[in-house]
Design a protein around this ligand. Structure first.
Ligand SMILES: *Cc1c(COP(=O)(O)O)cnc(C)c1O
Length: 448
């Protein structure tokens, strides 16, 4: 795509040399917020000399597990080293093993799909609902076979998936539901927190997430005492580690070594005290942004069905070509032009995922990727862009108001941008992703 020929009536857009809607000095505030209390919590651990879940008498990890279970409303919580290992451990504890099929949505973060693959289970990808961006229950039902052992239910961007319909389908077939709530801490479905619906459920504490630690971490929640014990064994070599006293070194199960770290647990406990208040402020800030954007019908805003709440981890916006006076076939090119115009104004609009998960090279040889199996995922990847991080900080209100100004500016210039979209060269993300894969590989391994 080139910009040498600015469309005249759109000349006030920053993309064509006009001023920015978002002043440069208005920066995205660092996430996670680190307070003096957080620092003290970390120092407490450094002075204690107890650094992992295997340290005799360690308190912070057990404390975080207790507090998160209480927050989610489950009997048990097991902390591990990150959200991806949390998912592998949850699947393994649920009995998933080599050759079993595990259903995974076609639009998610790669961790959702490699977790089963590490168990030598086969990820079976299912298309999404283009409005909620979550697993389409009808497509899920059609994908179940005699070998399906579990469903990874991702609450993408923070919106709970269709849990009632999905659990009903799973129950009918005797399949385990595992919620991947890495993006949805605190979101509720029919009054109940996510992470309390599946046999085991997982969260990530990665620095980018709504409940972040100072590094990496993961949490597994369950109501089942035996599954909690198995998850605890699987995080450390399949051993039963006593809270006090001698370790036997007997390995009962094929475990990993992915213990949680006490410093990170203490940091997260400290943050957890502020978490409900922060989530409330975020709800207000995002609510105000969406209220403004609702005035510009060319943007399709994230929808929240009345029976659930959104954790607002990521904001995904689709463009509506009809409102720009364009035919449907220009959805992708229009999105590309709008995204570019917003970025020039100072809004960090960017894709979240370039391709459906099954198109990732790591799954080559498991099943050929067929685009026609994932029309909703492809359409959403093509016609939407995401905002990440900027809205997580409680003091993001002013920044988001300027973002809304940028959307307004872009919307006012819709005719010029629409005309531009019909002539600019265009390549969908997934084609670019394939080229990137080749380029990166060739650069890393030049001899081959
Ligand atoms: C972040 C994320 C994960 C993985 O969590 P890590 O802690 O980064 O391993 C898994 N699933 C989803 C949907 C995520 O967003």
């Amino acid at each position: 795509m080139t910009t040498q020929r600015p469309v005249r009536q759109a000349a006030d857009l920053a993309m064509f040399g006009g001023g920015r809607a978002v002043p440069r000095e208005l920066r995205i505030k660092a996430w996670p917020v680190v307070t003096e209390q957080d620092e003290q919590a970390v120092q407490r651990v450094l002075r204690s000399g107890r650094f992992t879940s295997a340290s005799s008498g360690e308190q912070e990890i057990a404390g975080l597990e207790r507090e998160w279970a209480e927050y989610v409303g489950t009997e048990h919580c097991v902390a591990v080293s990150n959200g991806t290992t949390a998912l592998s451990i949850a699947l393994s504890a649920a009995g998933v093993g080599p050759g079993d099929e595990v259903i995974v949505p076609a639009l998610s973060f790669i961790g959702s799909a490699i977790a089963p693959l590490h168990l030598m289970a086969v990820p079976v990808f299912v298309d999404i609902d283009p409005v909620t961006f979550n697993l389409d229950p009808a497509a899920l039902d059609a994908a179940i076979t005699g070998r399906t052992k579990a469903i990874v239910v991702v609450h993408l961007h923070g919106l709970p998936a269709e849990l009632d319909r999905i659990t009903a389908i799973a129950d009918r077939h005797g399949i385990a539901v595992i919620e991947d709530a890495a993006q949805a801490h605190g979101a509720r479905y029919r009054g109940r927190a996510v992470g309390s619906f599946g046999a085991l459920n997982t969260f990530s504490l990665n620095v980018s997430k709504n409940l972040a630690t100072c590094g990496e971490g993961g949490l597994i929640t369950t109501d089942d005492a035996d599954l909690a014990t198995k998850a605890t064994m699987l995080r450390q070599f399949g051993e039963l580690i006593p809270a006090h006293g001698e370790r036997s070194y007997v390995a009962h199960l094929l475990g990993w070594n992915c213990k949680p770290n006490a410093i990170q647990a203490a940091f997260t406990r400290s943050r957890l005290k502020r978490f409900p208040a922060e989530a409330g402020i975020r709800e207000d800030n995002v609510g105000r942004l969406l209220e403004r954007l609702a005035e510009y019908p060319g943007f399709l805003l994230p929808e929240v069905p009345p029976d659930r709440t959104h954790a607002w981890h990521i904001l995904r916006f689709r463009v509506n070509p009809a409102e720009f006076g364009l035919a449907d076939e220009f959805a992708g090119p229009l999105r590309a032009v709008v995204q570019r115009a917003l970025r020039a104004e100072g809004v960090p609009a960017a894709p979240y995922q370039l391709q459906p998960l099954p198109a990732q090279r790591v799954f080559d040889g498991i099943k050929a990727f067929r685009a026609e199996d994932f029309p909703a995922t492809l359409r959403v990847l093509d016609d939407s862009f995401a905002l990440q991080k900027a809205h997580l900080h409680p003091e993001s209100g002013q920044l988001l108001a300027r973002y809304a100004d940028a959307f307004e500016k872009v919307w006012r210039q819709r005719d010029g941008l629409a005309a531009y979209a019909t002539t600019a060269a265009y390549k969908p993300h997934w084609e670019r992703a394939s080229e990137i894969a080749d380029e990166e590989w060739a650069a890393a391994f030049p001899q081959r």
